[in-house]
Design a protein around this ligand. Sequence first.
Ligand SMILES: [Zn+2]
Ligand SMILES: [Zn+2]
Ligand SMILES: [Zn+2]
Length: 277
Amino acid sequence: MKFQYLGTAAAEGWPGIFCQCEFCKKAIKAGGRNIRTRSQAIVDDKLLIDFPPDTYMHVLYGGLDLASVKHCLLTHNHSDHLYPEDIGMRRTGFAHFTEEACLTFYGTEGVGVPVKKEMEDARLERDNRVAFQVITPFHPFTVEEYTVIPLRADHSASSDPVIYVIQKEDKTLLYANDTGYFPDVSWEYLEKNEIKFDFVSLDCTCGLLDCSRGHMGFSTCIEVKERLICTGCTKENTRFCLHHFSHNGKAIYDELVPLAEKEGFLVSYDGMIVRIE
Ligand SMILES: [Zn+2]
Ligand SMILES: [Zn+2]
Ligand SMILES: [Zn+2]
C-alpha cells in the first residue's frame, strides 16, 4: 500500500488561521514541514480518509486528484474532518465528469446527518454524484480490494467518532485520530482478532502536553505503542507515526522529530508518503 498524509494539523491549522502564538510564529519562520493544513490522508491514491476544508488546498497544491476518487472514509463529523459544503461542489453544473461520477462516503450515523443534508440540498443522490454508506463500529466492510474495520475512538461522543483499520492482502494499517487512549472495547477487538499492524498512525494533537482523553499527547502515544507491542498487535518492522497536531502542543515539526526518533516514532508532515510493502 502507498499511504500519504495530505494534511496533518488539528482544527485551526498550523499556523492557526487567526493565531499569533509563539509556536505559530515559529512555524511560519521555519516553514517547510512545520506548516500544516487540516488532516486528511489517502491510500493508494484512491481511498481517501476525511474531507476537511483544506481538501481543496490538497487538490491545488498536494497532488490530490479528487475527481478520480470514488471512496472516502470519514472518521467523525468535526469540521476539520468533514466540510460538507464542499461535497456540494460535486453537484450537476459545478462538476463535469467524463465517466462514472459517484463518490461514496462511509461514516457512522452521526456523520451521515450533515452529509445527507448536503446531498439533498445539492441533489447529489438524485444525480448519482454522491452516496453515503452507514458503517458500524467493529463491523468490517469491503471497499474495492480493502477490508476496513471501524473501531471506537475516545473523542467527543456527539461527533460519533471511529478510527480505522485498513487491510489489503497481508498489509494492515491503523489510522487513529481523532482519539484519546483507545477505549477498552477497541483494545479487546484488536486482541481477540489478533490484528497485526505494519503501520500505525496515532493522534498526537497535544504534542508535548500530557493528555490522554479526547486526544493524545506524545507520552500517551508511547503508552499506546507499548501496549500494541505487548498485546502482539505488531510485526517485526511495524512503523509508528505521530499525526494530527495542534500549535498548543509546544513543539513544531523540527523540534518534535528528534524527540520522536528516540522513542521510535516518525512524525507526519503534509505530503509525506509511507510505502507499506
Ligand atoms: Zn481533528
Ligand atoms: Zn498558534
Ligand atoms: Zn475531532
